[in-house]
Write a protein that binds this ligand. Structure first.
Ligand SMILES: Nc1ncnc2c1ncn2[C@@H]1O[C@H](COP(=O)(O)OP(=O)(O)O)[C@@H](O)[C@H]1O
Ligand SMILES: [Mg+2]
Length: 337
């Protein structure tokens, strides 16, 4: 698979991984903007450095249970950390637990001690540990003995590892901006977290890539108003090979999104008028400032965010459709009303 651009983002994250750990980093952005791809690229480019990556991809799992969480993070071994052999082509590690260790009956503190042991071992060997959790919000509903929320406790551990002891970087990736907003408001993480947005590709970058891929000037001039995500470029190339014109592909995408929005409206008829009101705010521009939004509408905006129609960039206060195609889908739908 080709990797397009994202030089700035790769450089930022590579540098970040090599600085002294001092806060938890949340990497966020619209779904499919390329967060995981950029992170994997960074791991690959640093595979011969002295960094030991613990990378956990929770996107693969529907909603992990407590037992699944344990098996994702830990592996039975005499070593304190070992290579994750299921991630082929990627040098990433898991935390080790003794062969006879019955992890399922342990308290959260026991389990966190195992993470700590692994991290200390890496440092003792003169290397630098970096812990990365992809789609971390999936751990939201896991509770341990005594009703402790795994995620809340993990945040305490992460603050300790970064801000307090400077032992290990913790990088969390998520598309769930409402989750980011929750975190941003949380007192545990105040002054202990940083945020990095991986957003749509810029128009200049898209133009450059399309040119390199051999698209004609007319095609580029047409697409540039519709493309924003990296996978759209790959799809467009593939469809062209399959005989579909740029216009046809884009028309199909817009129709799919328009129908998806319609489906969300039909499933939330009580909010229909409000949804239409909100979508109408995007009639002329794909971006809206959170400050310009009536407070009363935010509940319904959340519904649209949860359904991945809108994206909320918590730090810049901008609400926008998840992609430019989504924006055109919204505009098509409004024409029907
Ligand atoms: N820079 C890139 N170049 C080429 N393809 C990309 C790039 N970034 C993402 N993609 C493709 O886009 C899709 C979504 O990317 P992904 O990293 O999973 O997004 P996210 O983690 O932000 O939801 C994947 O199929 C991926 O291969
Ligand atoms: Mg991802």
């Amino acid at each position: 698979m080709k990797f397009y651009n994202r030089e700035k983002e790769v450089r930022f994250l590579k540098t970040y991984c090599q600085l002294e750990p001092n806060s938890i980093l949340f990497v966020y952005g619209p779904k499919s903007s390329g967060k995981s791809t950029v992170m994997l690229r960074v791991i690959k480019e640093l595979e011969n450095s002295n960094i030991v990556f613990f990378y956990y991809d929770l996107r693969r799992y529907a909603t992990p249970t407590k037992e699944e969480f344990l098996s994702i993070f830990f592996e039975k071994s005499d070593k304190k950390y070992i290579l994750n052999k299921f991630e082929f082509d990627l040098k990433v590690f898991k935390f080790g637990i003794g062969k006879n260790y019955d992890i399922n009956n342990k308290s959260l503190n026991d389990i966190f001690n195992k993470i700590y042991d692994g991290i200390e071992e890496v440092i003792k060997e003169g290397k630098r540990p970096v812990l990365i959790i992809d789609e971390l919000q999936k751990l939201k509903n896991i509770y341990f003995n005594g009703g402790k929320s795994l995620l809340n406790e993990l945040f305490n551990l992460f603050v300790h590892l970064t801000k307090v002891r400077h032992l290990c970087h913790v990088i969390c990736l998520t598309s769930d901006t409402l989750f980011i907003e929750e975190i941003y408001q949380s007192s545990t993480l105040e002054n202990a977290s940083k945020y990095y947005l991986i957003d749509w590709l810029s128009k200049e970058d898209i133009k450059k890539i399309l040119k390199e891929e051999g698209f004609l000037k007319d095609e580029i001039d047409y697409c540039i108003n519709y493309l924003s995500l990296p996978y759209e470029i790959s799809d467009l190339i593939e469809n062209k090979k399959l005989g579909l014109s740029v216009e046809e592909t884009i028309r199909q995408w817009i129709n799919v999104e328009k129908d998806r929005i319609k489906y969300v409206i039909r499933n939330n008829l009580n909010y229909k008028d409000e949804i239409i009101n909100i979508l109408s705010l995007f009639k002329d521009s794909p971006t809206l400032k959170n400050d310009d939004l009536d407070d009363e509408l935010f509940g319904t905006v959340k519904l649209l965010i949860n359904n991945e129609i809108l994206f909320y960039g918590v730090m810049n206060g901008i609400i926008k459709p998840t992609s430019l195609i989504e924006w055109h889908g919204i505009k098509e739908l409004l024409k029907l009303k």
